[in-house]
Ligand binder design. Structure first.
Ligand code: SAM
Ligand code: ZN
Length: 691
């Protein structure tokens, strides 16, 4: 066997090389633009048949399965950073201009120096940003700005407009040469430092990265890797408990980006991260404890960690996303910081959220009105109804300006029994009820992807698929470019701020298998139900959380009306439903059944199965699956009128023509994107803590 040739840690790093350092042998692994050293015998492949022991070892030193998380994080932070750098530059420019003016004033006026008013370039800029038209106007300069941000601060400063004399120019060019907008990143739970190395290497404008871990072994390995990558000037390794470290910033703040990537839950780290994050900073949070955030098994634990109770069923992972956002929003709110989720993803066994955090006591006022409880018919038909804890309503002031009034919500929005099947509902939440993503952010990450190198970002197909699905999910596919490949190559780096008052009126989703399980019929193709919803005028899309999901602005009444039509038109029940079942109760609310039971009409095939009287389902509220009554301004229509009324049976007063138009319901981009990727290995969830 050929002898292994070992080289020094100081040699240029290359994938696959063998390195000897202080008597130990390592192999270099490359991920993104970073190289890390792993003990010589560490398995590095994604081989699905890797032994448990090797898998464990791999996860401690290098976990290839998390590359997707890291690739996405690099691009998300870069996208966020381009916005952040630009804001800082604009603020700096304004400060410079003011300082220049102050310098000139005493000479011109011959009087005492005037005190400068506090400068808030960002606030001024924010007004501009809030106006979407301003964003459109800025498109022209987008390419210029983007390039300058990507090139780094020095070049950016050369884009400063001409304002004065030759002397000022000279001063300015010195200033330009020295000033760089700081962009500081904390990898709070860094292990081998891989994320820190990637951020330092792949985000050119990052000025400093701290790689912290409480394990000394880990920080030794970070130091080794930093040396191997020759990044000593950019990355500082720190040994300590991340919580204590981040709390130490409570008086001064310090980081533009904080990445929390623990084993299990990130909940214990959130409050301290809020102390250390700068105003207008980005929190990137991973939680891998799906048994807690997405299951009923330990609901008391879920509550203690996230401040809310979990949701079960198809949407349990979306429930988990909303719980973690709730926990972040609550912590931030205590300090007058408001959160804006830029991207919230359920990926494989974990969740990952990217949240912009801003000092904005005014925006925090919307939090109660954006926090919701869910009444979930988890043991019956699966329907849900949400209730926001408070209400914020837009009012007109005397001078015609608008403001919001914050008030209490009315009593329960749902009956204790499900209005469809009569089963008892259970409470989930409180959880975050605002939008999960900022579509403008997603578009910018997608634009980043267009110029990304496939070798550096091998997970780019999956990223593209998931981002497109998330964009469609939040816009119901209405955005230009979502799935149509029409996104412009370059977008203005500034990410418009989302309206803090906006609620997500249509959270969660269902699947045809869950629906058909309730009524005991064969499941319709997903495209057929999507087509029926679209034909009736509803919006429908899919959730990134689950393949085959149906996310719609239709109410549960509409959905059950469609399902009963499926049974009537296409899949008559073979066996009678049990009288006590949820499906039986739903069937018995069909007008066909009611007419049949009063002897007015021949029984429909579907209602043959539903032979007993209506089950107790005293729900009196509109069950829209959202806080809005059916026929809200978003639907622009009333229940029963969508798609035109027909003579056929109706369900709880809903009576529109149902056409299972599979062509209409088909995913036009099917096959174009990797929307849902299968786990590369069975049982590949998080391993236990590193020893
Ligand atoms: C999942 S690993 C991090 C993986 C890394 N982010 C990556 O992408 O390669 C979690 C790390 O957090 C560290 N850790 C756990 N609790 C900590 C705490 N309270 N403070 C600092 N580090 C902690 C562990 O030692 C471990 O190295
Ligand atoms: Zn029900």
């Amino acid at each position: 066997m050929a002898e292994t040739h070992f080289i020094s840690i100081d040699a240029p790093p290359r994938a696959g090389q063998s390195v000897q350092h202080e008597g130990k042998n390592y192999t270099t692994i490359k991920e993104g633009l970073a190289h890390i050293l792993v003990p010589h015998d560490t398995p590095t492949s994604l081989d699905p048949n890797l032994s448990k022991e090797d898998t464990q070892k791999q996860q401690v030193f290098y976990n290839p399965i998390q590359q997707f998380n890291r690739d996405l994080s690099v691009l998300a932070i870069k996208t966020f950073g381009e916005d952040s750098i630009l804001r800082k530059q604009e603020k700096h420019e304004q400060q410079q201009k003011k300082a220049d003016k102050r310098k000139k004033r005493p000479a011109q006026k011959g009087g005492p120096r005037e005190e400068a008013a506090p400068i808030d370039g960002v606030a001024a800029n924010k007004r501009k940003l809030d106006d979407t038209e301003a964003i459109a106007d800025a498109e022209d300069s987008a390419a210029k700005r983007r390039k300058s941000v990507q090139d780094g601060a020095d070049t950016v400063m050369s884009g400063v407009e001409d304002t004065g004399s030759a002397a000022t120019e000279a001063e300015k060019s010195t200033e330009q040469a020295t000033w760089r907008p700081p962009f500081k990143i904390l990898d709070a739970l860094s292990a081998t430092g891989l994320r820190a190395l990637r951020y330092a290497n792949e985000i050119p404008f990052a000025t400093s990265v701290t790689a912290n871990d409480m394990s000394e072994k880990a920080t030794q390995s970070i130091a080794l890797n930093v040396k191997h990558n020759k990044l000593e000037s950019k990355i500082q390794a720190h040994t300590g408990n991340a919580i204590a470290y981040m709390y130490s910033f409570c008086d001064k703040k310090g980081y533009d980006v904080i990445d929390l990537d623990p084993y299990g839950t990130a909940a214990p780290f959130i409050d301290s991260a809020i102390q250390a994050i700068n105003d207008d900073g980005l929190l990137c949070v991973t939680c891998t404890d799906s048994a807690i955030f997405a299951s009923h098994g330990y609901l008391e634990k879920t509550f203690s960690l996230y401040g809310g109770l979990p949701l079960t069923g198809d949407s349990c992972h979306e429930g988990g996303l909303r719980l973690i956002l709730h926990a972040i929003a609550q912590s931030a709110g205590r300090y007058g910081m408001a959160i804006e989720p830029l991207l919230s993803l359920s990926i494989d066994y974990y969740i990952r959220v990217f949240v912009r955090v801003r000092k904005s006591p005014n925006d925090v006022k919307f939090l109660a009105g954006k926090t919701m409880l869910v009444y979930h018919c988890d043991a019956g038909c699966g329907a849900w109804k949400t209730q926001f804890l408070a209400r914020h309503r837009e009012q007109k002031a005397k001078n015609n300006s608008t403001f919001y009034k914050h008030g209490f919500s009315h009593g329960p929005s749902a009956d204790e029994h499900c209005e469809h099947c009569g089963f008892k509902t259970h409470l989930s939440g409180p959880m975050y009820g605002g939008p999960l993503h900022n579509p403008e952010f997603i578009k910018r990450v997608l634009a980043q992807l267009k110029s990304a190198d496939r070798e550096t970002y091998p997970t780019m197909d999956r990223m593209e698929g998931m981002l497109h699905t998330a964009l469609e999910e939040i816009t119901f596919g209405a955005e230009d470019g979502a799935g149509k490949g029409k996104l412009p190559e370059q977008l203005d780096p500034l990410i418009p701020k989302a309206d803090p008052a906006v609620l997500d009126h249509h959270p969660f989703f269902t699947t045809t298998s869950s629906l058909s399980r309730v009524v005991h019929c064969s499941a319709p193709p997903t495209a057929a139900v999507r087509g029926a919803l679209r034909h009736a005028g509803f919006r429908v899309t899919m959730s990134h959380c689950r393949p085959g999901s149906i996310k719609t602005d239709a109410s549960w009444r509409d959905v059950w009306h469609i399902m009963l039509e499926w049974v009537r038109q296409k899949a008559p029940l073979k066996n009678p439903l049990k009288q006590t079942s949820a499906g039986h109760a739903i069937m018995s609310k069909s007008s066909a059944h009611q007419k049949a039971s009063t002897g007015q009409e021949q029984k429909e095939p579907a209602s043959v199965a539903a032979e007993a009287d209506t089950a107790a389902a005293p729900g009196q509220n509109d069950a829209t699956g959202s806080t809005e009554p059916h026929g809200s301004e978003e639907n622009g229509d009333l229940a029963g009128t969508k798609g035109g009324s027909i003579d056929g049976p109706s369900y709880l007063g809903v009576q529109f023509g149902v056409q299972f138009d599979e062509r209409l319901g088909k995913d036009q981009d099917r096959g174009k994107y990797v929307r849902y990727q299968v786990a590369p290995r069975e049982n590949w969830g998080p391993m236990s803590r590193a020893k």
